[in-house]
Design a protein around this ligand. Structure first.
Ligand code: PMT
Length: 392
């Protein structure tokens, strides 16, 4: 069920943001995307083809008459089996060329001869971006069905501040992955809890756990890539939430309960990935508890079970639970699925799942078990959501 490798032509035009394209190639390749770099002559003044070749693992093409392409017609051959072309950075001049369908170098010819989607990440000085000519050109490209990614706002190489800088490599990677992801959850609303919780004992001490939030955030990103409208309720985590989701911070189990319940209406799917504390201190001291020579005991009160309550709502969304266990994984997870009346639970081992970038899980439903072998959490997230989309 792993996503098959997509083929992307990355076109680099002349601009200082070309340095970001080196990191972009590295991230795309790491994300299992097959990248063919094509550069304009001006781009080679900013970053060398050798750098891009080393990062992409493939020869880089610049000139119309470069050798090494099968039929000697690189403008046709290079885009023939591409799933998309991304121009990053796209200079104001190159954007103008695209609008007019000009073909006076390899990259512009490739774009004109393409039979696949074109994505453009503009990068230029803010005055050039704001110029009516550029704005007209961007509007025309959008009309022509070209996807415009960015630009971003912030410090510019020329010393000015404003709109025009290229999106960061990480942001472009997210947008490229989203472009390649089938929209299996289009029109669906998904609510996800992620991370651990923090149950305060006094102003400086708390009960918490080792959940990093990575699994829940990966599911939020994957659901958004699949076209869902995502609400993320984030517990204790230091991660930055995906930009495309509505993120609500709720660090204690009680705050998480309130956040979920006030957003649950109209949700189609609820996925409880958070490691919610089962107990909280019965009383929270407003002042720091002083050390004494005597031993100290802490009274704990059972917290509300958010997932079980959501699953019991009259118009409950499709509920997916998670179970992290240190032993008897499938037995304990299935017991939780039945106790909470869930159509699906995801079983994972604490040692493999907590804090790590990868995970291996087993999906349990009324028909039995379905293992997903070890993979990056974003890949596990995609496979889980494909399974959920099928069940729906
Ligand atoms: O964040 P990472 O570092 O990436 O780690 C991911 C993870 C290991 C935390 C995640 O994959 C996971 O397994 N989360 C569930 C942890 C767990 O074992 O929860 P539980 O057995 O306490 O609860 C079972 C289910 O009920 C979970 O879906 C949980 O979110 C939910 N629950 C539990 C208690 C409670 N008060 N409210 C709940 O909603």
């Amino acid at each position: 069920m792993a996503q098959t490798s997509k083929k992307l032509v990355l076109g680099i035009t002349g601009g200082i943001a070309a340095y970001k394209s080196a990191e972009l190639v590295r991230l795309l390749v790491k994300s299992n995307i097959d990248v063919q770099v094509v550069m304009t002559e001006s781009a080679t003044k900013f970053i060398t083809p050798i750098t891009m070749q080393a990062l992409s693992g493939k020869p880089v093409f610049v000139g119309m008459w470069d050798g090494g392409v099968g039929n000697g017609m690189p403008h046709i051959e290079l885009s023939r089996d591409a799933d998309a072309i991304l121009i990053a950075p796209a200079s104001a001049e190159f954007i103008a060329k695209l609008v007019h369908g000009r073909a006076d170098d390899l990259l512009s010819t490739l774009c004109l001869a393409r039979d696949c989607p074109l994505l453009v990440a503009p990068a230029m000085n803010k005055q050039m971006w704001e110029n009516p000519a550029t704005q007209r050109n961007i509007a025309q490209l959008k009309k022509d069905g070209v996807s415009i990614l960015g630009p971003d706002t912030g410090d510019q190489a020329c010393g000015e501040v404003g709109l025009g800088r290229m999106l960061e490599a990480e942001d472009l990677l997210v947008l490229v992955n989203a472009h390649f992801t089938p929209k299996l959850l289009a029109g669906k609303r998904v609510l996800i809890t992620a991370g651990g919780t923090l149950e305060m004992i006094d102003p400086v001490r708390a009960i918490t756990n080792l959940s990093s939030g990575k699994m829940g955030y990966a599911i939020a990103q994957a659901a958004s890539d699949m076209g869902a409208e995502v609400t993320l309720v984030s517990g204790a985590t230091s991660l930055a939430a995906p930009k495309s989701v509505n993120n609500i911070r709720a660090t204690s189990s009680d705050a998480m309960y309130q956040a979920v319940m006030s957003n649950i209406a109209k949700q189609d799917i609820f996925i409880g990935v958070a490691a919610v504390a089962d107990y909280s201190p019965t009383e929270q001291s407003t002042q720091k508890i002083k050390k004494s020579t005597a031993s100290h005991s802490l009274e704990l009160t059972l917290n509300k079970d958010i997932l079980a309550e959501v699953a019991n709502l009259p118009n409950a969304p499709f509920c997916v639970g998670f179970a992290a266990e240190s032993e008897n994984l499938l037995e304990y997870a299935e017991a939780k699925r039945q106790a909470k009346k869930l159509p699906l639970i995801v079983a994972n081992l604490v040692a493999e799942a907590m804090g790590s970038d990868e995970n291996s899980v087993t999906l349990l439903d009324k028909n039995g078990s379905h293992p997903l072998p070890r993979a990056p959490k974003i890949e596990i997230a995609r496979q889980l959501l494909q399974y959920v989309a099928n069940m729906l």
